[in-house]
Design a protein around this ligand. Sequence first.
Ligand SMILES: Cc1ncc(COP(=O)(O)O)c(C=O)c1O
Length: 338
Amino acid sequence: MVRELEERIAARLGVKHCVAITNGTLALEIAIRALGLSGEVIIPSWTFIATAHALHWQGITPVFADIDPTTHNLSPAAVRDMITSRTTGIIGVHLWGRPAPIEDLQAIADEHGLKLMFDAAHAFGNLYQGRSIGNFGICEVFSFHATKTFNTMEGGAVITHDDELAEKMRLMRNFGFHGNDNVIYPGTNGKMTEICAAFGLTNLESLDDIFAVNQRNYQAYARALSDVPDVRLLAHDENSSRNYQYVVLEIQEGNKASRDEIIAALHQNNVLARKYFWPGVHAMQPYRDLFPHAALLLPETVKIAEKVIVLPTGMAVDEAMIGRIAEIIRQKISGQSI
Ligand SMILES: Cc1ncc(COP(=O)(O)O)c(C=O)c1O
């Protein structure tokens, strides 16, 4: 079933290799190790902690570059500024499923002889210029965790067109075994289980329907929040988004209620909205102690981290609920008690 899932995913994405792994974090670690990254690797701080941990865990220094506040993705100019003689790679993150600035990052990588890979944990099913995410950089890493629209409960995969890299990662995920009695490589146990693969195969069958529900929910949020002042719903690009996995709202400063008060009001009403990625990876341990001044070079990340609310979506959310959620936000923003 793992093999069947790999084949089905590779065919769906139009890529040569899908290497299924236990989870997205281990998939990042295996990809990073198979690529031979070392020294420093540039990543955004505005991402899930696993992007940084996957490097730090294997003795590589994550170097945080700032983001473009409009897209929440890496700013190519900021990436350039962070390159040193120790830099060996860049990990772009397609945050909230929106493609990172793929061409600009590739140009920087080529110019400086760096390896470029992507953390595509949020972007399964999405497109960049008509091609599926999964086709870019040397490889791209998906998470199939239960929080993702396409999920295998726990799971992940590395996607690549590179035969040698795929072979190396297949060895690495299975202790380095080449045949029954022959170990030819230091490896780990990164295998996906059959039960997770079975779950993924079933999930694939209804995936496009789930995407359609998420898109409907996003559009309902856009309508319901359109006349609420001082909020910005992060737009999904119709040309690239298919999974509509995240509904991300920015609350501008200077309202009658802060972002945290709005989240508290939502929680009181049993709406499980989240901050996500707050306060930024650079401000979490061990990076806070390792790089105590990192925030000085991350002004946009610091600002965005104070503004974001991620709203509920998925099959269990309907238009009536979205109307009530928008109403709670509207009332808090205008200073009314609920
Ligand atoms: C951007 C990002 N990278 C990596 C991961 C790690 O994936 P997993 O939970 O499957 O280990 C996640 C999410 O969970 C994520 O959001």
